[in-house]
Design a protein around this ligand. Structure first.
Ligand code: SF4
Length: 56
């Protein structure tokens, strides 16, 4: 299990700064979560201004 970022992402980068394990990086047109690194803490969810992050 890992958190996922959907197409509502506007690539602001707020989530990447909040992730304690640096699992979030900029991808093609949106940010992406590295499912292998994510520990499902949920810290990124509240940081997203468009609500693009959800638990998988
Ligand atoms: Fe990082 Fe936690 Fe979000 Fe996973 S749930 S991407 S570990 S901030």
């Amino acid at each position: 299990m890992a958190h996922k970022i959907n197409d509502e992402c506007v690539s602001c980068g707020a989530c990447a700064a909040a992730c304690p394990v640096s699992a979030i990086s900029e991808g093609e047109g949106k940010y992406v979560v590295d499912a292998d690194a994510c520990i499902d803490c949920g810290a990124c969810e509240g940081e997203c201004p468009t609500g693009a992050i959800q638990a998988d």
